[in-house]
Design a protein around this ligand. Sequence first.
Ligand code: AMP
Length: 360
Amino acid sequence: MTPLKIGATIGILGGGQLGRMLGLAGAQLGFDIHIFEPEPDCPAGRVAARCVTAPWDDRAALADFAAQVDVITFEFENVPLESLAFLAALKPLRPGTQSLTLTKDRLIEKQFINSLGIATAPFVAVDGPDDLRPALAALGPNGILKTRQLGYDGKGQMRVTPNADIGGLATLLADQVWIYEGLVDFEREVSVILARSLTGEIVHFDVTENVHQRGILNTSRVPAAISSDLSERAKTHAATLAVQMEHVGVMAVEFFLTRDGSLLVNEIAPRVHNSGHWTQDGCHICQFQQHMRAVAGWPLGDATRHAPAIVMTNLIGEDVNLSSDTLAQEGVFVHLYGKREARAGRKMGHINTVIDTPHK
Ligand code: AMP
């Protein structure tokens, strides 16, 4: 439980943009950062003191990585659990394997959330083609099939509509296990980002309002246009989940707010989250620094928002080629991830725009 000393080394599993921004925040606090990532030339590796490029199941590389760091964290929830357990036996892993076990499989995650009396969209397990018709009979013909594992940014999802070709859909389900989720007619999507320290202290950021397009986050706005009562309920749910997960570090809980005022949890991300990027330019301490503080066993920082209102806009694919007008615009903060190729649908960066008055 001894806090890490300045100059200690933090290892991050995963070398994408979240690892890069965690690394930069860690460096600001005086830590050295090592990255472990299977893909060469990754965004995080280019701002780190060391980057190990090896597959997740390379035990020798994992052991060598662990030997050279003081504590390990992750930016990516698809690290195989066996690799995490192997590392956790060698060095402190924060958050621990439990945070991942409870969130990496959508069925386990939703059952865990419901077991705490917190609502989700209705769902049923679909273990293969034969389960599709009973699932549609139970929840109706409007819904979404989601793979239980490895889905993100709308990947691994298939929308089901009343006139869908059920036979054709069923044949696509053979290779893996799925859940079928009833479609939620939501009014808004919001998320709560919080940090939980090694001693169990919890600090929330302001509730964020999110707009997705084709399953990918497009914008996040703060303050969210919801009542303070709803905002407190969302924060309380997120804190309950964090405590039950014994989570250490930052995590995000995404919610649907339905037209009748119910809050349904969509998913938990046991890590820093895209809908928390606004904190970099809107708060005294951002989500990345907050995570590094928690992982280091340090006290959490002041998460108060100082910007009257702020909008984060993701730069997807060619959006990264910003005009000089945008680059020079007052109140605009640019964050680019250094990815070499601007492929369609790929998150290349984001801009945070500070505005004077909250939106309606
Ligand atoms: P997910 O990857 O599950 O977070 O889904 C990405 C986005 O798809 C969500 O943020 C929603 O905008 C939409 N979505 C996912 N599940 C549902 C649902 N059951 N009902 C309505 N929209 C959904």
